[in-house]
Design a binder for this molecule. Sequence first.
Ligand code: PAF
Length: 283
Amino acid sequence: MQIVTSVAALREVIRQWRQAGHSVGFVPTMGNLHAGHIKLVSTAKQQTDKMVVSIFVNPTQFGPNEDFASYPRTEQQDQEKLIANGADLLFLPAVTEMYPQATQTGISVSGLSALHCGASRPGHFDGVALVVCKLLNMVQPDLLLLGEKDFQQLTLIRQMVADLNIPVAVQGVATVREDDGLAMSSRNGYLTDQQRQHAPKLYQALIAARDEILAGHVDYPAVAERQRQNLQQAGFAVDYFSICRSKDLLPASTCDANLLILAAAKLGTTRLIDNLYFSTINN
Ligand code: PAF
């Protein structure tokens, strides 16, 4: 695996691949790689000739009181995992390489960026959209792989790619879970042993809400409220628990068949997010 830290070196490697006729897949990450990231890498590898992974803890997507400084940075282990899983190129830029000057251009996917996580993390999705747009301009891949665990991020990036005519196919990859159902996340490492034991209750609440709906409960706000209260009783500080249409993440009605239940909740200071897609037809 080659490792480059500058945009110029990244472009040169990719230029040579293109000259040789290779297709390029791209997995953007903030590092601290776990099995969820590795699934993105292996999915990309099956579909493209060459595969680029970026590791960049992007300051513009963290709020002033968030965990930018303490976000886990595990470069050495990440490199070993990427080599073991066949990545061809690792792009490892410094903040000054990604943002060499004060950026005056913003990207805001209005509407989507104000919902759910966006409501409690102002500016977060503008930071995500900006860095992903810059990375796509640098790598110019054929295929972009993103995890479905961050479903709102995936939906927003799809919208940005469509709105800005960025020539890349975007593929979501299913969430990888621990044996007890907890969605894999770099932030799980912040949990104490006791919090870790309770953490799967977030996924269990999503399943319970889905099962209520599939059993015929049509008052979606009431279904969501019941699970919100269950989580609160289990010690979570619930940010949101929303039953939405999977296509645009707006509140679902009984006319909608393809639903996504999204939730975010804190255990102590650790913010966990998860979601569950399902269809109300053919069940
Ligand atoms: O999902 C993430 O890890 C980040 O939001 C991303 C897409 C790498 C942008 O910084």
